[in-house]
Ligand binder design. Structure first.
Ligand SMILES: [Zn+2]
Length: 275
């Protein structure tokens, strides 16, 4: 398993991560995607069918690597955690090549968008859909009830914090609450859309919640100190920012500003219901 204590696999080389989930790292590492997008192959052990989650960028070598990792198994479902191109770009082509059903929550990708709590059967494997908006409005996680692992897309990353769209920070906290409930089951593991697996999911979700709350606190503090210009806030909050990530930082600052300006109580404590 690739965890925080081990090196990532080479792009295209399949790495079994759990009994049912195999990682095929996409060759698209950059400042946005960390080591690259995690493409997942899901199958019940010994089964003749499998699903692919987040096929990644439209790249010939990656498509070939996915098909090779599936081997003799038929790919019967292509699942997408959200429609961002680093996760979904290859999905229509992979579905076409394999004849698999493409399942996603974004209506641009499918005529029948996924709904919360949908059950997807892949041979003998059951996959359950958790609607977890925040990073985007169409973000879903995929849970494997047989082993309590959850594929979180960009909602929970292996390291670092995802961008949360302005106006969706409240939903993002709700989604973290929901994931904490599901991941309280013994043996639960987070299989993220980027970065290593998280075998200690509750602690990791709590860290991310606290990091996000600290950011809100910093913005509230900066506003109180008279720093209310967006560029000045970006400089204040992200002093060592990689220039490629400035746009991302602007979106994050906008999200916090939208949150603190619309929410009379911007600092939720854990477990409080959020609206
Ligand atoms: Zn994304």
């Amino acid at each position: 398993m690739w965890t925080r204590d081990s090196a990532p696999p080479s792009p295209g080389e399949p790495l079994p991560m759990t009994a049912r989930a195999t990682l095929v790292l996409a060759p698209n590492a950059n400042a946005w995607t960390f080591e690259g997008t995690n493409t997942w192959l899901l199958a019940e052990p010994g089964d003749a069918q499998c699903a692919v989650v987040d096929p990644g960028p439209d790249d010939d070598a990656h498509l070939a690597a996915i098909l090779a990792a599936a081997g003799d198994r038929a790919i019967t479902a292509v699942l997408v955690t959200h429609a961002h191109s680093d996760h979904a770009e290859l999905a229509p082509r992979l579905a076409e090549v394999t004849g698999a059903a493409l399942r996603a929550a974004h209506p641009r990708l499918t005529a029948e968008p996924l709904q919360d709590d949908d059950e997807i059967r892949v041979g003998a494997l059951t996959v359950r859909v958790l609607y977890t908006p925040g990073h985007t409005g169409d973000s879903v996680c995929f849970r494997l009830p047989a082993e309590n692992s959850v594929l979180t897309g960009d909602t929970v990353l292996g390291g670092g914090s995802p961008i949360v769209k302005p106006g969706r920070l409240g939903q993002f906290f709700d989604s973290l609450d929901r994931l904490s409930e599901v991941l309280a089951a013994p043996g639960s593991t987070i299989l993220p859309g980027h970065g290593p697996a998280l075998p200690d999911p509750l602690a990791q979700i709590e860290r991310r919640r606290q990091a996000r709350l600290r950011r809100i606190d910093q913005v509230v503090g900066a506003l109180a100190a008279g720093i209310d210009d967006r560029e000045a806030l970006v400089d204040h909050l992200y002093p060592d920012l990689h220039p490629d990530l400035r746009d991302a930082a602007r979106v994050s600052v906008d999200a916090v500003l939208a949150h603190v300006r619309t929410d009379p109580d911007p600092l939720p404590t854990r477990g409080e219901p959020r609206r």
